[in-house]
Design a protein around this ligand. Structure first.
Ligand code: UFG
Length: 330
């Protein structure tokens, strides 16, 4: 009985594959390598190059490996890109998830863990953001993921699929043992960008927006270590195995750090005073988004191990130092 990980060559997916293999699970990865890195897939896992929306591939993998659960990471994740080309995001994230779900439910795979996002909430006025906060996404990216949550809810009702959807806040860091990490070229995420600046892969970095209504004028986010995020997925799989009810849960620590906090931490941990320019706000960035993190702790018994910005940065930096220089922004 194996577990199918879609997008298992990606940033979060490759950490999930390691954790499942470490736990002695049989793992099958399905990834089209559009952004994933083959070398980051644990050799203990079976790798299949292909598209999650191809029913022939998915049905074959399910039958051949006796798939008992699917963990679905494969997706596009860049919010501004989704604004520029929404139909591409509705295809990659919504239509392909629909095709995957059709194959999974037809083959009676019982359990599904879905990679959702805090972007489903849109511009939140009340913090921390609990799962009861109305989901009103402001980007096609957030909408594409919310529609997938709806398909899960309805598939559970109609076909008996059991699922957990995890709404990730700001995922960062890397495997503490240095086996994988964020490897995507032209990354836009703050901690990755700052680590590229600290390792000389870019000349410096910009802080987008300095007059937000926050304590230092820059945006506040809830940064979660990728290994803690992955342990939440392991907990979700166990929860479903033990008969847990379908659930949608935030995945964050419930603590907010500003952009300047992050920049200062990366400078301190790296010992490099890289150039930082103050720049206008990026379109669509909410001032602050911090999770209410009690539901996942109460429901799954999730206990994070790396709940510390300095640890997240230390691991991200260690990985960045291992990556070749040509992996950064052009
Ligand atoms: N930022 C900078 N400079 C940079 C990069 C980012 O100042 O070079 C700022 C952004 O403006 C923002 C903060 O750092 O204020 C965090 O930005 P990220 O791009 O790292 O992350 P976002 O909060 O924009 O997005 C993340 C995930 C999305 C998810 C969203 C939900 O990447 O997938 O959180 O809130 F949808």
């Amino acid at each position: 009985m194996a577990i199918l990980v879609t997008g298992g060559a990606g940033y979060i997916g490759s950490h999930m594959v390691l954790a499942l293999c470490d736990a002695g699970e049989e793992v099958v990865v399905l990834d089209d390598l559009s952004t994933g890195v083959r070398a980051n897939v644990d050799p203990r896992a079976r790798f299949m190059l292909g598209d999650v929306s191809d029913p022939l591939i998915v049905m074959r993998l399910i039958a051949e490996h006796g798939i008992r659960a699917v963990v679905h990471f494969a997706a596009k994740i860049v919010v501004p890109d989704s604004v520029a080309d929404p139909l591409d995001y509705y295809l990659a994230n919504t239509a392909k998830t629909r095709a995957l779900l059709a194959a999974v439910t037809a083959a009676h795979v019982p359990h599904f863990v879905f990679s959702s996002t805090a972007a489903v909430y849109g511009d939140v006025s009340q913090e921390p953001v609990s799962e009861a906060t109305p989901a009103v996404p402001v980007s096609p990216y957030g909408a594409s993921k919310l529609m997938s949550e709806w398909m899960l809810r309805d598939s559970a009702q109609a076909y008996g699929l059991k699922y957990v959807a995890l709404r990730y806040f700001n995922v960062a860091g890397a495997d503490p043992l240095g086996r994988t990490g964020q490897s995507t070229p032209r990354a836009t995420h703050l901690i990755k960008v700052a680590c590229e600046a600290a390792t000389g892969k870019r000349a410096g970095m910009q802080v987008f927006g300095t007059d937000y209504p926050t304590r230092d004028g820059t945006c506040i986010r809830d940064y979660i270590h990728v290994s803690d995020l992955v342990s939440a997925h392991l907990d979700a799989l166990n929860y479903l195995k033990n008969g847990g009810a379908n659930a949608v849960m935030n995945c964050g620590y419930g603590a907010g750090y500003s952009v300047l906090d992050v920049v200062e931490t990366v400078k301190r941990v790296s010992g490099v005073d890289f150039p930082v320019t103050l720049a206008p706000a990026r379109a669509g960035d909410p001032a602050s988004i911090v999770a209410s993190a009690s539901k996942i702790r109460d429901t799954l018994g999730w206990r994070p191990k790396y709940d510390n910005l300095e640890t997240i940065v230390r691991h991200a930096l260690a990985w960045e130092r291992k990556l070749p220089a040509n992996s950064a922004a052009a």
